[in-house]
Each structure stands twice: as structure tokens, then as C-alpha cells.
Write a protein that binds this ligand. Structure first.
Ligand code: IVH
Length: 689
């Protein structure tokens, strides 16, 4: 895209649009680990934004992603811990599974075959979940779902939606005192979305891809004035925390919301039994196409709140509710070619290049083919007409080939025996489905290793993206990670699209990486099977890279949390002469190879103030914001001990949704029980104090 002739006004719009897109992709990448675009495409957005901000300094902003890249880029919002976690819903795909859901519920409630359970069937809106808290009838805050436990505060943005009352009326059947939290989905109607895109096209801007992403991006804008210009809409469908009593049924709760002036979706059905639910499903399968907003299914909810109470929740989702997903949207298109991508470990992934086709709200031109077996099993040939499928937010995939449309010109894909990047041999290790390029100096691998080294959880080198690394490696400036520290200003300034200031910034970023914690370095080395958490475990035991290099496999395996696979991989890595030479070069360049004070196991002093010190804790149920391993690690870091089962020796139980027998036992033994929100509060208090 050429920006060279933008007017000031157009530049302002383009800058805002880029910022918003980048934030959106940051969110997908960092929070959901589900990127929708390649690193290359991402870098192009950031580069373009940098360039525009340089040319139009009047629009520079501290909140711009160019200023925050490398720190937590999805930040910019205060957060709030939800008083009631925002769970998700488990999915079903066939009427049969819905029948099983009903059977399960009746079994759990001890109901006989004739005793029907009444349900409410609602549309599942494909938007962005939000929660709005009213305190004494006044809108206090609004937040995103976030990770379910803690969300971003987006109050000003939600206030721009005119349908949301700032105050709740009195006399609508709800005591105006105390908390009243309502939850729902923000979305954009098709007509409004098209109008918005029309305006953008007239301004010479890229149209947005689909209403859902636009809604998500809009809610993340830091300037509510821009949000106010976007046609956001909302349906509320649930109550979270509430001090006043609720009516007995969900249906009546929705009616209460209506009386309070809180927008609900009129498209809802009250079903007296399963058969009526199944009839509703059937009629929506076609009727949904008439709606002027996106839905990805139906939500079937037990109507009686008392029954919900009795049913409770599973790990991530309530037992009294289920989503019925409409069948994934498919489309027919042509497969033009198959490209092999080589990752940093040499693993080769085949990717299908498709004739662009519009499916489920966005244009698809690439799809993953996983591996050679998959191509063979589905007999996918270049030139074939294929059915592709995009379900929810997953990467599109090729479902099958339409053989009847073959012309005879299609070419079976011959899996190359040579790496498409370096020409070296491809090898398929026994028992593995993937082919690997075995040439460790293959440029694709070198680039991958450098990008990994520079990534956020590793050495966090700001400004070292795809494009730069491509040029550095292809231009012969860098051969490995240690080579980064040998780069000169002249070399960098000579690269394409590299302004002097960016060259200096990059040099500064590289320099700063010398002082990263040891765990970051160990992770950055890209030792197979050693992730960030594994690296931290190793550092707790070894105070320097030299101590780690000297460690034997048995000693490594003895570390709590380090298994044989990791231990062997670490040994193999350091057994290689060239890896040890690499470490020596890093040392020569002043890269930190020692454990930093903050990485050390906690001292007695530090432990004195820790609420976990000397305590035996048990984590049970599902945690929303971290894995159980991470929770255990954090307890250990604060001097506590994480145990697997509850006994008289247990001091504290942290229970998430779905906690079962351990929680029960803790109750019986009178052990202190806290939820995840409280756990996080204590962790943060301990870390901060
Ligand atoms: S009830 C326990 N009702 O779907 C969650 N959710 O896939 C309470 N959603 O996170 C949600 N339409 O954002 C409910 N009519 C509806 C919905 C709905 C869309 C979303 C919601 C949830 C997601 C789960």
C-alpha cells in the first residue's frame, strides 16, 4: 500500500486503523495464542505504522503499539477481577449430543424419563463478551471477559453504546441497592458493518475483514471518541454478581432486564421439554441465515435457577448450559499449489495455496495440510477442486477433494526429498509424521532460531522482526544468535526499510538483551522441549549456565518438574561442540550467563512475608489464568509446597471450577479454601510486598 500521498486527515485515520489492527493481532497472539496473520504480515503493519508516525509526529502517542512493542502490548487498560468468573460453554454439534445433555441433566437431578426439564433456547451471538456492573443502580464499570477471571476495563467504550443505560430505572422490580452485574455480547449488524466499510473504501482505507474482529478491535481502542463512531450493538443474556434476589427462572430474568431498559435479544424461545428444543434447533438451522448479525449456534439453558444451582459447573463451563454449534461453514475452491514452510527446528509444514474464497466472514487463501500423511490420505493434488472448512477461530483446513471435478491435469504432490530452502536432505524420523530439514545451517532454521531468540519471552529484542532477520541472514550479516552482537550500525543502516533511528533502536535492543535473566537465555537457546517454565525450573537449581552445562542427566531428572525427555535434550544440546562454542561467544559478547538475584530461590527473609511460606497447598479444579504447573511453581517460588492430594497436612486449597472430591475433602477437614481470584490477590500481594 502506498501512503506517500496521504493527506493529514487520511494519515490520522490510517494510523488509528493500523494501531487498532496491531492491538487486535497482539491480543490474538499473546492472549489467545491464535494468530490470524503471519509474523511477516504483522511486521508489515508495524513498519507501516512506524513510518507514518515518523512522518506525522503530531499523531504520535505513548499508547501506540510502536511505543509498547516488546512490553505487554495488549495493555493500556486497567483490569478488574470478575466477582463471578466468566466461564465458557461446552459445545455440541448434533441433535444427538443435545439429547445426551438433557439425559445427563435429568440423571444428575434424579429426574425420571417423564419429568421434562424446561429450557430457554437463545441465539449464540458471535461477538465479544462483556460484563457491566451497576452499583446502586448506576453503571460503575464495564469489562471484557479477558481470561475469564480478570478482564480489561472498557467502561468508556461501553458507555458509547446508547442502548446501555447509565442508570437503572426504579420500580422495575429490582431493588436499586447493591451490585447488579449484567453480561452479554457486543456485536455489529451486517448492514452497519457494510456501511462502515463503504465509508472506509471511499476514504481509500482497507475495509475490515468481518464484524466480529472489528467489534473486538473497536472495544480495544483507547479513545472512546473513536469507538462512538463505530456502530456497536449489544444483547445482554445473563446476570453475574447481584445483591438483590432474582426471579425464579431465566426467562423472567430476561424480562426483568427488558424492564430495566437493558437490551436483550427478542429471538429467544421457551421450551417445555427436549422435543421443543430439538424443534427450535431445526428451525434455526435455516432461519439463522435471515438474521442481520452473525451467530455461530444456539445456547440451551436450563430455565429454573434453582436447578442451575444444583447442577453447578464443570472445569470451564456450567453443567446447566450447552452450546449447539451450527455446522462449520464450508466452501469450494481450487488448490493452486503446495508450499513447504521450514520452522526453526527444521520441521516442514505443507501449506495449501488456494484461489481466494469467502468463508464465514473472511477471505481464505491458505490452509494448513499438516503433513505428508494427510496429503496422501486425502489424495490432495495440485489443481484439485477442494472443500475447505473454517470452524470458529481455527485455521482453515482442506476437508476433501471433489474427485468428480478432476480433469486429469491434476498433479499428485511428490513430497520433496530436499529442503525447499537450503537444498539439504529432508528426513522423516521414525515414528514421526513430520519431515525435517537436517541441515542446521539451513537459512530457514537459522532465521527461525534468531526470531525465537529475539521473541518476547526469550531475549525480547525490540524491532528484530521477520523482515529484518530475513535480510540479515540472506545478506550474510548474521549466521547465528551470537552474530547479533557483532552487528554494526553501518550494516543495519544499509538494510531496506531501516531508518537511522530504527537502526539505533535495534542496536539498543540487542545491547539490552545482554542483561536478560538466565532463564530467558536458556529458553532463548531453543533447546528442544525446554519452554519458559522449564527454563525457570532449571535456573532455580543452577546458578549459572556453566553449572547447567556440567549437570548430568540423572541430576537433571532429579529436579522436581524436569522429566527424562527434557533432561536428555538438555544433555544432548550441551554435548554438541558447536553449541558450547556458541555459549562461549555469547559470554565474550557480555551476555548474562548467571542467575540474577530475582531468579534465585526465595531467601528466608523474603519468605517471612509470604502467605505461602511453609504451607502445603493443593490446587484443584481448573485455573483460568494459568496452568496448574504455573500455579504450583508460583507457590514454590514463594516458599510453599504444592501437593497433589488433600490430607490433614494440607494448609490451603485453591479451588477452581470443576473441583470435586478434593474440595469436598477440604471442606470436611475444615481446611482454608480460596478461589482463583483470591489466589491471585495473595500472589500479587506477596510479590509486591
Ligand atoms: S451465556 C457461562 N448466552 O458464547 C457463559 N453466552 O462460547 C455465559 N455467547 O463466552 C454465557 N451468545 O460470550 C450466553 N445467548 C448467549 C450467548 C453467549 C453468545 C458467548 C459468550 C460466551 C461464549 C461461549
Amino acid at each position: 500500500m502506498s501512503n506517500s500521498r496521504l493527506s493529514v486527515e487520511e494519515a490520522a485515520i490510517r494510523i488509528e486503523s493500523l494501531r487498532e489492527q496491531i492491538r487486535h493481532h497482539d491480543e490474538l497472539y499473546y492472549r489467545h495464542a491464535a494468530p490470524e496473520i503471519t509474523d511477516r504480515e504483522y511486521d508489515a503493519l508495524v513498519d507501516e505504522l512506524r513510518e507514518l508516525e515518523k512522518r506525522f509526529p503530531q499523531f504520535s502517542s505513548e499508547a501506540s503499539p510502536t511505543e509498547t512493542v516488546g512490553s505487554d502490548r495488549a495493555e493500556g487498560f486497567e483490569t478488574v477481577v470478575h466477582p463471578v468468573p466468566m466461564l465458557s460453554i461446552s459445545n455440541t454439534y448434533t441433535p444427538g449430543e443435545v439429547r445426551e445433555f438433557d439425559e445427563r441433566i435429568r440423571r444428575l437431578l434424579g429426574r425420571g424419563e417423564k419429568e421434562a426439564i424446561p429450557y430457554v433456547v437463545e441465539l449464540k451471538i458471535d461477538g465479544v463478551a462483556v460484563t457491566i456492573m451497576y452499583q446502586d443502580g448506576r453503571l460503575e464499570y464495564a469489562a471484557t471477559r479477558g481470561d475469564g477471571v480478570r478482564g480489561d476495563l472498557i467502561t468508556a467504550n461501553i458507555r458509547t453504546i446508547h442502548k446501555i443505560p447509565a442508570r437503572l430505572p426504579e420500580g422495575a422490580g429490582l431493588a436499586p441497592r447493591g451490585r447488579f452485574e449484567v453480561r452479554g455480547e457486543v456485536f455489529m449488524r451486517h448492514g452497519e458493518f457494510q456501511k462502515l466499510n463503504q465509508q472506509r473504501i471511499e476514504l481509500g482505507l482497507e475495509p475490515f475483514a468481518n464484524p466480529r474482529n472489528t467489534t473486538a478491535g473497536t472495544l480495544k481502542l483507547l479513545d472512546a471518541r473513536l469507538v462512538a463512531e463505530r456502530p456497536l450493538d449489544i444483547f445482554l443474556y445473563a446476570v453475574g454478581a447481584h445483591d438483590a434476589p432474582l426471579p425464579a427462572r431465566h426467562w423472567e430474568v430476561l424480562e426483568l432486564l427488558d424492564r430495566l431498559g437493558l437490551p436483550t435479544n427478542p429471538e429467544r424461545r421457551r421450551c417445555e421439554n427436549l422435543d421443543e428444543v430439538l424443534a427450535a434447533i431445526e428451525s434455526w438451522e435455516t432461519a439463522r441465515k435471515e438474521l442481520d448479525y452473525d451467530t455461530d449456534g444456539l445456547v440451551i439453558k436450563v430455565d429454573e435457577l434453582a436447578l442451575r444451582e444444583e447442577l453447578g459447573a464443570r472445569s470451564k463451563s456450567p453443567r446447566w448450559m450447552i452450546a449447539y454449534k451450527f455446522s462449520a461453514e464450508q466452501a469450494q475452491t481450487r488448490l493452486h499449489g503446495i508450499e513447504l514452510q521450514v520452522g526453526r527446528t527444521g520441521a516442514v509444514t505443507p501449506v495449501a495455496h488456494l484461489e481466494p474464497v469467502f468463508v464465514a466472514g473472511s477471505t481464505i487463501s491458505r490452509a494448513t495440510l499438516h503433513n505428508a500423511d494427510e496429503i496422501e490420505r486425502k489424495d490432495i493434488r495440485v489443481g484439485d477442486t477442494v472443500i475447505i472448512e473454517k470452524g470458529g477461530d481455527v485455521i482453515p483446513k482442506v476437508v476433501r477433494v471433489i474427485e468428480s471435478l478432476r480433469t486429469g491435469q491434476e498433479a499428485p504432490f511428490v513430497y520433496p526429498t530436499e529442503c525447499p530452502v537450503c537444498g539439504g536432505g529432508l528426513h522423516r524420523p521414525e515414528g514421526e509424521a513430520v519431515h525435517r530439514c537436517i541441515n542446521a545451517s539451513c537459512p530457514a532454521q537459522v532465521k527461525g532460531r534468531i526470531l525465537h531468540y529475539a521473541s518476547r519471552n526469550a531475549m525480547d529484542i525490540d524491532g528484530l522482526g521477520d523482515k529484518i532477520v530475513d535480510q540479515l541472514v540472506d545478506g550474510g550479516h548474521v549466521e547465528d544468535i551470537a552474530g547479533l552482537y557483532e552487528l554494526t550500525r553501518e550494516q543495519l543502516a544499509g538494510l531496506e526499510r531501516m531508518a537511522e533511528k530504527s537502526a539505533d533502536n535495534l542496536l539498543r535492543g540487542i545491547d539490552e538483551s545482554r542483561r536478560r535473566p538466565l532463564a530467558n537465555l536458556i529458553y532463548a537457546l531453543g533447546i528442544r522441549f525446554v519452554g519458559s517454565a522449564g527454563a525457570r525450573l532449571l535456573v532455580r537449581r543452577y546458578a549459572s549456565i556453566d553449572a547447567l552445562i556440567a549437570a548430568g542427566e540423572e541430576e537433571l531428572t532429579a529436579i522436581d518438574g524436569v522429566g527424562e525427555v527434557v533432561a536428555r535434550s538438555v544433555r544432548e544440546f550441551f554435548a554438541e561442540e558447536k553449541n558450547r562454542r556458541l555459549i562461549e561467544r555469547l559470554r565474550m559478547h557480555g551476555v548474562n550467563l548467571e542467575r540474577l538475584p530475582e531468579e534465585a530461590p526465595p531467601s528466608a527473609e523474603a519468605l517471612a512475608g509470604s502467605p505461602f511460606a511453609g504451607k502445603t497447598c493443593v490446587l484443584t479444579g481448573k485455573l483460568e489464568t494459568m496452568s496448574r504447573e504455573e500455579g504450583e511453581e508460583r507457590i514454590a517460588a514463594l516458599g510453599g509446597k504444592a501437593a497433589g492430594s488433600v490430607s490433614k497436612k494440607t494448609d490451603l486449597v485453591i479451588a477452581g471450577p470443576g473441583a470435586g472430591s478434593k474440595l469436598e475433602k477440604a471442606r470436611q477437614l475444615g481446611i482454608e479454601i480460596i478461589d482463583e481470584a483470591e489466589f491471585i490477590r495473595r500472589l500479587e500481594a506477596a510479590a509486591g510486598g
